[in-house]
Design a protein around this ligand. Structure first.
Ligand code: X8Z
Ligand code: ZN
Length: 601
């Protein structure tokens, strides 16, 4: 978590190294560039030391005053970054060593919302950003006469199977977003102005430039990857829609057309594992139900995190520091407003790693704990890198690291090893297990893609404020095959009901991460000598694998990501074939189940 800083990396295509031949005498030298970078890294570290703490305090204690402090810190950091990016432009055309060239390029990508270069603009942008995030995080809606938080609403969506209740709660939460509608275009205009000042077409192009390729190439890359996985998603959609229709009837969920977005167990229908009970296949031995087992074995939030830590320790990662346990926020406090959306922090860019999440004892949060800890271990691994190389190889790597661990931690074999179940998993449990995993991993893919498809359109101006909501639902329909539970009011701002939109946190990285984590898993299992099907592989206890994985993490963003990927996997491309390998038996099974269904929407 880098507060307003863009957690990401590099675009080699943007490198400002032209031919050195025709240099005017007044041109700065390569040594000047190096000296500039040394100063810039020191200045950024000083700004971060302040802004990270201001951000931590605001996120743990949302008041007028902490919002004021965070805004001030981010305004100063934003002003600094804008000045540095402007100064860096002096070195355009200077022949530079690759390290300095890369750092200059990364400097421009450092903030997700770059401030325009004029008085007051950085403060205005920082103020909007803090306000939107705080509005989202403190949002409440009334249901049955009681004020509910997002967490309360999520509990109902996860557990209720009453379509009227689901609709009311879904609409209730989405009703908290219209108050953000007026501020959002202001934030977009300011961030665009800042991005243009740095030479990008708009802020969306800046976000797409963190993948060692041009922004346009990245768009094409995401489309290519989506094409690889789309048939699988459509297969799953078809199967789930049929089961929902059987459960709720044609009137609630027709057997044709889009799925109602409030029926999938998650506020954004991004992961569907919570309604596994509705789609559970008949005629198989049921696998372990992780959520129930955690409750039955008396797990609490801290025990969930300790269990996550133990998984990483088994791979050879050093234990979390004492300060992690003292300073992290692990459950929702009763007496103050906090940002409950889970995050992982390195507050001093050394050892002060922490998580902040309102943990519940559920299968979903078991996964999230591993996810967040993955960020912390990554942060700790690259702490020895210079400031501008402290980041993941690309945004997808940061998000994939913990999920990669969780792929092993989800296996029935592992759950048995740590005493959560005494069932011995057999091959007759493969389909139920894979279906459960697909409900999260495959279901997420179109959502992972569309959140930023929406923002790219908003930033490039092709979708104006009057079209925000329609464009959102056009993408929800096109990619996810979803529809809202009823007509949306004219003031609706449904994208703002998702944390990352309100918080201006980039999203394409989660889409990429859903692919990288399977590449990591496939490579890790091979290193461990695993010969069986990928979905049954667990790398728990494999120290050699952990050591090699950490070697990749330690590189931070010091080199283009394909080289870094190769360190662990031997591969240099993002490749969805690992997803296909993992889920292969399920895809064939789904195709059989869907026989006779009118799939698609
Ligand atoms: O935001 C997160 C993490 C923190 S980086 C909890 N995730 C995305 C989301 O919740 O929308 C993880 C999965 C996708
Ligand atoms: Zn994350």
């Amino acid at each position: 978590m880098k507060s307003i800083f863009l957690a990401a990396s590099a675009a080699i295509a943007l490198l400002a190294t032209g031919p050195a031949g025709a240099q005017a005498p007044a041109q700065p030298s390569a040594a000047d560039a190096k000296a500039f970078i040394t100063r810039a890294e020191a200045d950024i570290a000083t700004a971060r030391a302040f802004s990270a703490r201001a951000a931590w305090v605001r996120a743990n204690f949302i008041t007028e005053d902490t919002q004021w402090l965070e805004t001030k810190a981010n305004a100063e950091a934003g002003t600094l970054l804008t000045r540095l990016a402007k100064e860096a432009a002096r070195f355009n055309g200077v022949a530079l060593d690759p390290v300095t060239a890369r750092k200059l390029m990364l400097l421009k990508l450092y903030v997700a919302l770059p401030a325009p270069d004029r008085p007051g603009a950085a403060a205005e942008l920082a103020g909007l950003s803090t306000k939107l995030n705080s509005t989202y995080s403190t949002g409440k809606f009334t249901y049955k006469g009681k004020p509910l938080t997002l967490n309360d609403g999520e509990d109902i969506l996860r557990t209720s199977r009453d379509p009227a209740e689901l609709k009311a709660v879904w609409e209730g939460w989405h009703g908290t977003a219209p108050v953000m509608r007026a501020d959002y275009p202001k934030l977009v205009a300011l961030a665009n102005e800042g991005a243009r000042g740095m030479g990008f077409k708009d802020a969306g192009a800046l976000w797409r430039s963190g993948y060692d390729m041009s922004a346009d190439e990245f768009t094409a890359e995401t489309d290519r990857l989506w094409t690889q996985v789309e048939p699988f998603y459509r297969n799953l959609h078809c199967y789930v829609r049929a089961r929902l229709s059987e459960k709720y009837g044609e009137a609630v969920q027709p057997r044709k057309g889009p799925i109602r977005a409030d029926l999938l167990g998650n506020m954004w229908a991004q992961e569907w594992g919570n309604i596994y009970d509705v789609v559970e296949p008949k005629g198989f031995a049921p696998g372990p139900d992780l959520g129930k087992l955690l409750v039955a074995k008396d797990y609490d939030a801290v025990k969930m995190v300790k269990t996550g830590e133990a998984f990483y320790s088994s791979l050879g990662f050093a234990p979390l520091p004492e300060t992690f346990w003292k300073r992290s926020l692990i459950t929702r406090p009763r007496d103050r407003e906090v940002v409950c959306h889970a995050s992982a922090w390195n507050v001093d860019d050394k050892d002060d790693i922490r998580i902040k999440m309102c943990t519940k004892v559920t299968a979903e949060d078991f996964q999230t704990v591993h996810h967040e800890l993955g960020h912390n271990y990554y942060q700790r691994a690259y702490k020895a890198q210079p400031v501008l190389f402290q980041g993941s190889a690309n945004g997808g790597f940061h998000e994939a690291t913990g999920d990669f661990a969780a792929l092993s931690a989800a296996t029935p074999t592992y759950l048995q090893q740590i005493g959560l179940t005494d069932q011995t998993p057999g091959a007759d449990q493969d389909i139920p297990f894979l279906l459960r995993m697909a409900m999260d991993k495959i279901a997420f893919l179109p959502f992972g893609l569309l959140v930023d498809k929406w923002r790219w359109q908003v930033f490039d101006g092709s979708v104006g404020p009057d079209k925000y909501n329609d464009a959102w639902w056009a993408l929800r329909l096109k990619y996810q095959g979803l529809a809202p539970p009823g007509p949306r009011p004219s003031d609706a701002f449904d994208p703002g009901a998702k944390y990352h939109v309100a918080a201006s946190s980039t999203y394409e990285r989660y889409f990429m991460a859903r692919i990288y984590q399977f590449q990591f898993h496939r490579a890790a299992c091979k290193q461990a000598g695993w010969k069986g099907p990928l979905h049954r592989c667990s790398i728990y206890g494999q120290k050699a694998v952990g050591e090699k994985f950490n070697r990749m993490l330690e590189l931070g963003q010091s080199q283009p990501w394909p080289q870094t990927l190769a360190v662990f996997t031997g591969e240099t491309k993002t490749d969805a074939s690992a997803v296909a390998d993992y889920f292969k038996p399920l895809d064939a099974w789904l195709t059989k189940q869907n026989k006779g269904e009118a799939c698609g929407w």
